[in-house]
Design a protein around this ligand. Structure first.
Ligand SMILES: Cc1cc2nc3c(=O)[nH]c(=O)nc-3n(C[C@H](O)[C@H](O)[C@H](O)COP(=O)(O)O)c2cc1C
Length: 222
């Protein structure tokens, strides 16, 4: 079982979001998962060009780190998304990655995978940001097992602070959900409902979005 965490903070080793994400991974490792931590801000990720070619090709035309990262995500069982709150939302670096996920969302390409989210704030906005991160996971087709969303003081999180314990427990929960192939019926129903909506969109645009049309045909969703 492999779990990857993506961190949207630019503060490298000083990132408290990163500290929590690493603790989620440590929790997952403690029950047997193989894990990897990825600093999104250390990758070359350009803005989405809005060219629509991903719907036609099944991958992005840009030559940067997006496609190789996405291939890695496709190969793992679990994905942990983390961002600090920057002006009431995820960081621009995180959003730059998320804006590239149009094809992945239309095709729910993470169906069958599991995820969890982490958001940290200096004062407020952590719940809204965690809501967004979980929405992203669910729209990608993954099932979310939960979150750590908290307000933190300056400096590293003390070893005995509650969010660290919550993060470790979240990692265990994520690994166990993967192992047991746990089902979250409400999330599955929501995803099925979304497929009903997208079905018409995919059919209507079948000429321009031909890769996605073929993907939907292969999945038996049309
Ligand atoms: C540019 C910037 C914008 C921020 N915006 C907010 C905000 O809107 N609300 C808030 O509560 N904290 C805000 N913060 C504080 C961070 O969310 C908080 O310090 C967070 O824990 C940093 O996470 P990190 O250590 O992983 O980078 C902001 C910090 C920066 C640098």
């Amino acid at each position: 079982m492999k779990i990857v965490a993506l961190c949207g903070s630019p503060r490298k080793n000083n990132s408290r979001t990163g500290q929590l994400l690493k603790e989620v991974l440590a929790g997952a490792q403690s029950v047997g998962a193989d894990t990897e931590y990825i600093d999104l801000t250390g990758l070359k990720l350009n803005y989405c060009l809005g060219c629509d070619r991903c719907h036609h090709l099944g991958e992005c035309v840009q030559k940067d780190d997006f496609n190789s990262l996405f291939d890695k995500i496709l190969s793992v069982d679990g994905l942990v998304l983390g961002s600090p709150v920057y002006i009431y939302h995820v960081t621009a670096q995180f959003k730059t990655w998320a804006d590239r996920l149009g094809n992945a969302i239309h095709c729910q390409r993470l169906l069958g995978k599991y995820g969890a989210v982490v958001s940290t704030a200096g004062g407020s906005g952590q719940d809204e940001t965690a809501d967004y991160l979980e929405l992203l996971l669910k729209r990608l087709g993954a099932q979310s097992v939960g979150r750590v969303a908290c307000v933190l003081d300056d400096g590293p999180i003390p070893a005995d602070a509650e969010p660290l314990g919550q993060a470790r427990a979240l990692g265990v929960t994520l690994a166990r959900a993967i192992e047991e192939k746990k089902e979250f019926p409400e999330q599955l129903r929501e995803q099925e409902g979304l497929r009903k909506y997208f079905r018409n969109v995919i059919i209507k645009r079948r000429d321009r979005w031909d890769w996605e049309y073929r993907y939907w045909l292969e999945k038996g969703w049309l």
